[in-house]
Ligand binder design. Structure first.
Ligand code: PEP
Length: 248
């Protein structure tokens, strides 16, 4: 039985005041939440969020990491620095990193490896573009993305990886994959892992991301192979986020 996981990706949003209010609001509703809950904050707020979340069930994640340990990489943040804040999770391979910052499957796989080597749990994102879905290439794309990581770290490493299937056409668009579309792709992703190891396939959490909100979360999370959600826009309001957390 896989535990439901709901992770918030705040992206580049927030201020000292709004972040503090958001975390306080989430913490106030956590007693009724059964799911594991993670919030992925922008780097400058990690310390504050981690401090507010101490002694609570709320877990904290970063949104990116650099593969190097230290040195002349202006503007970048290493896995070690993320760990230094007591942060346990990091988003890797988000479609915005792939499309806006040119992160290839190889770069993403290396980031997954570096996160794991440093004791961080990657929230490893995959998903197809609209044209890839429309041309019938969804399975080919997610296979390529998953296999790049399996080739690099081996399937055993998925004991410490959370997969997030995020169809790019559903991210921030208000268009959500139907439960059938999402379930079919999640089942396919699990089958890719099962080709290597059926126990790992059964235990790996696969989250859905893409315009998940309080109105559609329950139906999506009820699907057999959907183990929770990675939430963008709806994670910025404590009330909406908590409603999704309670859907699991
Ligand atoms: C995301 O950015 O990971 C995401 C799922 O965004 P949204 O929920 O806003 O579509």
């Amino acid at each position: 039985m896989r535990q439901t996981i709901v992770a918030g990706n705040w992206k580049m949003n927030g201020s000292k005041e709004s972040v503090s209010n958001l975390v306080t609001g989430i913490l106030a509703g956590m007693a009724e939440v059964q799911s594991k809950v993670i919030v992925c904050a922008p780097f400058p707020y990690l310390s504050e969020v981690e401090a507010l979340a101490t002694h609570s069930q709320l877990q904290v994640g970063a949104q990116n990491l650099n593969v190097n340990a230290s040195g002349a990489f202006t503007g970048e943040v290493s896995a070690d620095m993320i760990k230094d804040f007591g942060v346990q999770y990091v988003i890797v391979g988000h479609s915005e990193r792939r499309s806006l910052y040119g992160e290839t499957d190889d770069v993403v796989a290396e980031k997954v490896q570096v996160a794991l080597d440093n004791g961080l749990t990657p929230l490893f994102c995959i998903g197809e573009l609209l044209e890839e879905r429309e041309s019938g290439n969804t399975e080919a794309v997610v296979s390529r993305q998953i296999n790049a990581v399996i080739d690099r770290v081996g399937v055993e490493a998925f004991k410490n990886i959370i997969v997030a299937y995020e169809p790019v056409w559903a991210i921030g668009t208000g268009v959500t994959a139907t439960p059938e579309q999402a379930q079919d792709t999640h089942a396919f992703i699990r089958s890719l892992l099962a080709d290597h190891d059926s126990d790992i396939a059964q235990s790996t959490p696969i989250l859905y991301g893409g315009s998940m909100n309080p109105a559609n979360a329950e139906e999506l999370i009820a699907c057999e192979d959907i183990d929770g959600g990675l939430i963008g826009g709806a994670s910025l309001k404590a009330e909406d986020f908590l409603r999704i957390c309670k859907a699991g």
